[in-house]
Design a protein around this ligand. Structure first.
Ligand SMILES: Cc1ncc(COP(=O)(O)O)c(C=O)c1O
Length: 436
């Protein structure tokens, strides 16, 4: 006599959830980090630099020294966030109407920093596996008006930095790295942010270092360093640090309040003691997930070149529809979300070149700027089909596994996620019944 074992009902159709492990609370601050902030505040009673980064020194200076040492770079400017670091970098190399080549596959600020500096974004396509700028696509878009390439290491995956640096060098344009999601990521064993002319980091609360609101700009020449100071730092600091006599004349003339918050800087310095440990968890979780989900139909991990070592700010996998015929990505995601799996249909959503700012070519400047400052600005249009790889990833293929799940030791969560995938994919006919 044989007994057919009834499959467990899918949660989306009324069954019990597979994932019950508690979700990680983030940011995770240790008692030592909280104590360090308190100690700095007490010092702030007698030493202004513990509360304010207007002058040189204090926790802001300590953060700069620490990053300079760990990244082995000559110049660091601590900033109020990753966005300010990107804006400063763009202001340092772009004038109104200059072109900057950028990815459409990112958090919006990778692109808005160009607009904020008066530049005209020109979108290049991404590599289908690393999801970062493809140097060939970038090179094809270089014109005499190109002044910069802005690359993001999305989700912590390092872009092809040698390829991009070679294009930048060949055409004499600046390379700006958006490392907001990539602190601790390595390309050929070397930290990202140290290949371009500028590396822009976020140490804000959602990031690998979570220090409230905080960022840093890394650069390699004194000229870039002084330009960055001039654009974003307080005159008190600039008078102490800017050496070039011509540039000194410009101090306190056009300036953004982009200096770091000293309290956050102190927290960041302390938390950097744990960066390796925290990134170790992220790496172990990414590996653990790939091992547990190997062979599960409908999903596969990114195939990264061996020279990339991401710090896994996020995990994006690829939907493989031919392995689950008749099931849409929406149904697949809905079935797994109902089981409690932190799965989404991608991080980017609408590629940036297809968003209203670019479709309508309208910014806060008004009057058609920055395109109006470009001699052929009217001819620059942003269309579906400009970046087919990025567009297909967003519309059809992206599966994001995340939502704060990878920041701690997550073995139980990983086991439960794997069980959920097995449960769902062993009942593909039932998945087709899900309304999505
Ligand atoms: C890719 C990317 N660039 C820039 C930023 C901006 O950083 P911040 O929020 O520190 O200004 C973020 C923040 O989410 C980001 O993810």
């Amino acid at each position: 006599m044989s007994h057919a074992v009834a499959a467990e009902e899918l949660a989306a159709l009324g069954g019990a959830k597979s994932v019950t492990a508690p979700r990680t609370a983030w940011p995770y601050l240790t008692d030592e980090e909280i104590d360090a902030v308190r100690e700095n505040l007490v010092k702030g009673r007698t030493d202004w630099t513990y509360l304010c980064a207007a002058p040189k020194g204090g926790p802001g200076g300590a953060l700069e020294e620490r990053l300079a040492r760990e990244l082995d770079v000559p110049f660091v400017v601590a900033t109020a966030g990753g966005g300010p670091a990107l804006h400063i970098a763009c202001m340092s190399v772009l004038e109104m109407g200059d072109e900057a080549i950028v990815t459409p596959y990112s958090w919006g600020q990778t692109v808005s920093c160009i607009l904020q500096a008066g530049g005209v974004p020109i979108f290049a396509d991404i590599d289908p596996e690393t999801l970062t700028l493809d140097p060939k696509s970038v090179e094809a878009r270089i014109t005499p008006r190109t002044k910069a390439i802005v690359v993001v290491h999305i989700g912590g995956i390092p872009a092809d930095l040698e390829g991009l640096a070679a294009v930048a060098r060949k055409h004499g344009v600046a390379l700006i790295e958006d490392c907001a999601q990539a602190q601790g990521s390595l390309y050929k064993g070397r930290p990202v942010g140290t290949f371009g002319d500028f590396g822009c980091f976020s140490l804000g609360s959602g990031k690998n270092i979570a220090a409230g609101e905080c960022g840093a700009l890394v650069c390699r020449t004194r000229e870039h360093f002084e330009r960055a100071l001039l654009a974003g730092m307080h005159p008190a600091r600039n008078f102490a640090e800017i050496q070039d006599p011509e540039r000194r004349k410009w101090i306190d003339s056009l300036i953004y309040t982009y200096r770091v918050n000293a309290i956050s800087a102190g927290l960041a310095v302390k938390q950097m003691d744990r960066l390796e440990e925290m990134n170790g968890w992220r790496r172990a979780n990414a590996r653990g997930l790939a091992e547990r989900l190997a062979g599960v139909p409908g999903i596969r991990p990114q195939r990264l070149p061996a020279d990339r070592d991401p710090a896994w700010h996020m995990i994006t996998w690829t939907f493989v529809p031919e392995e689950v015929p008749g099931v849409t990505r929406k149904q697949y995601v809905k079935a797994l979300q109902a089981e409690g799996v932190p799965l989404g249909s991608g991080y980017v959503g609408t590629p940036i070149h297809l968003r209203p700012v670019f479709q309508q070519k309208r910014t806060h400047y008004g009057r058609g700027y920055p395109w109006a400052a470009h001699p052929e600005g009217e001819r620059i249009v942003y269309r579906a089909g400009d970046c087919p790889v990025a567009e297909k990833r967003c519309a059809e293929l992206d599966l994001t596994l995340g939502g704060g799940a990878w920041m701690r030791d997550e073995a139980l969560l990983l086991d439960q996620i794997a069980a959920a995938f097995r449960k769902v994919t062993s009942q593909i006919e039932r998945v087709k019944e899900i309304q999505a």
